[in-house]
Design a binder for this molecule. Structure first.
Ligand SMILES: Cc1cc2nc3c(=O)[nH]c(=O)nc-3n(C[C@H](O)[C@H](O)[C@H](O)COP(=O)(O)OP(=O)(O)OC[C@H]3O[C@@H](n4cnc5c(N)ncnc54)[C@H](O)[C@@H]3O)c2cc1C
Length: 442
């Protein structure tokens, strides 16, 4: 295996800061909750390292631990019953390399905090998720994505990744290393990610518009054309009335304005929230007003609460060519799901080579749903979603709720065995394995 492994000496000294951290990790502390508040983690032991050396010490001194980002996942992927290592204190920009067009950051940096700096320095990222509040390592670990038929998920912009293995060693992998494509969407299972290098584009301006009321019958005839109609296209629907309530189109700034009519849908004349009854104050500017890429690509603004707040989310990926068929089959559930639904979003993600990405080797449509926080009802509805999408071998989002049987999930992950070999290589004692990993991958 062509790998460049840097064993950096830990100094083997437990610094005062680390001791303080370990003391702060008292079992009686109340566990944290995830962002949505639907999940209280299984331990109050949370460590807050501020350097790679501190992470190394923590790993060496723990039997079990799990990396924790900004806690935006809805399922137990970041959970632990022993110890969580938060990346909150690892939030610095390390280097902007203008020649290579890359930026290296610490793992816990949030996209929202990085983007303004990049823009002011003349650079941009190729895409962002619906919200900028999430940590970079936590996002790439689950293959978090935005939309766009030619835009890969956020992990596809990773040029290098550094992590601390189960043995406490620091490993850096770049695109030249065989393990790289397996390690980027790492599910937190290979070690604690400490640094990430991202590829950059020259900065650019964007504008977005929203069209209202697109008939499903137009999607039947023009699905790919509609999904390709801008740099990033998202469809929002409550699955009622054979209708998509909002089509969000994000474009590079153009000389000519978008027409009033888009396949029969009409241009909105005021800013809208994807959930029409909510105020658009939290949303990025629409109406075709130009602005920097980072203030148009996400649907929600930094500094405001994104989405609905008290909510649950699920999301399934199906091959792009089955996008319309998949939507039609979910539409059949309309009556059952409507009472529990805030909104669904359909977006597209380009194919990639990242082993654990749901878009490995195939471009996908992602059918995302924001649910009311009604746990029992939602957990009862997800099997219906999964049954409807089974003919398309749908894969769930790693950070959202799903009930798919592990055997079915595993059968849909082409590179699962290779990934398990990486786990064995970098974490032979299974320090970073948790219940989520054990249940879903083994
Ligand atoms: C309102 C809202 C909107 C969302 N919108 C989108 C969207 O548009 N697109 C999309 O794809 N997803 C979306 N998500 C889901 C979200 O992007 C993912 O769940 C993402 O993984 C969250 O990142 P995080 O930093 O909160 O990670 P966490 O939830 O804290 O952790 C996620 C995983 O990363 C691991 N991890 C975190 N940090 C490290 C580290 N330093 N080293 C090793 N492992 C680590 C954890 O162990 C866990 O496995 C949304 C979620 C919310 C709440």
């Amino acid at each position: 295996m062509n790998k460049r492994t840097f064993l950096k000496t830990s100094g083997a000294l437990m610094t005062g800061a680390v001791l303080a951290n370990l003391e702060a990790c008292a079992p009686e502390k109340r566990p944290l909750k995830n962002w949505a508040g639907n999940l209280e983690y299984g331990t109050g032991n949370v460590l807050y390292p501020k350097s790679v050396a501190e992470v190394q010490e923590m790993v060496k001194n723990s039997k079990k631990l799990r990396g924790l980002g900004s806690r935006h996942s809805f399922n137990k992927i970041a959970d632990s019953t022993s110890c969580q290592v938060s990346s909150e204190g690892l939030n610095q920009i390390i280097e902007l390399n203008r020649t290579a067009r890359t930026v290296t950051v610490e793992a816990g940096m949030k996209y929202g905090d990085l983007c303004t700096y990049l823009h002011e320095s003349g650079f941009a990222l190729h895409n962002l998720a619906s919200l900028p509040h999430i940590s970079i390592a936590g996002s790439i670990a689950t293959a978090t994505h935005g939309s766009g038929v030619t835009n890969g998920n956020l992990a596809t912009s990773v040029a290098a990744i550094e992590f601390v293995t189960g043995a406490g060693e620091v490993v850096e992998l770049t695109k030249d290393d065989d393990a790289f494509q397996g390690a980027v969407v790492g599910l937190g299972a290979l070690g604690m990610v400490t640094k990430v290098t991202l590829n950059l584009l020259p900065t650019f301006e964007m504008q977005q518009v929203v069209y209202r009321n697109l008939a499903m019958s137009e999607l039947e005839k023009n699905f790919l054309a509609i999904m390709s109609a801008g740099y990033s296209v998202s469809l929002f629907t409550d699955w009622k009335n054979k209708n998509v309530s909002e089509v969000w189109i994000k474009d590079l700034v153009k000389a000519e304005a978008r027409p009033n009519d888009f396949y029969g849908a009409k241009l909105a004349t005021q800013n809208l929230h994807p959930i029409e009854s909510l105020s658009a104050e939290t949303c990025t500017e629409q109406l075709g007003v130009p602005g920097p890429w980072y203030d148009r690509m996400p649907h929600f603004k930094m500094g405001f609460k994104p989405s609905a707040g008290a909510e649950l989310q699920s999301e399934y990926f199906v091959p792009l060519e089955h996008g319309y068929e998949a939507m039609k089959t979910i539409e059949e559930l309309s009556e059952k799901i409507s009472p529990h639904l805030f909104i669904s979003e359909i977006c597209s993600v380009a194919a990639d080579n990242l082993w654990m990405s749901p878009c490995y080797g195939k471009a996908c449509i992602a059918i995302h749903t924001t649910w009311k926080q009604e746990w029992d009802a939602v957990m009862g509805l997800l099997p219906l979603f999964e049954e409807k999408l089974a003919p398309f071998n749908a894969r769930p989002h790693w950070g959202k709720l799903f009930t798919l049987a592990p055997s079915a999930l595993q059968a849909r992950i082409e590179k699962l065995n290779d990934f398990k070999e990486l786990m064995q290589q970098y974490d032979p004692e299974g320090k970073f394995r948790n219940e989520f990993i054990d249940r879903n991958l083994f």
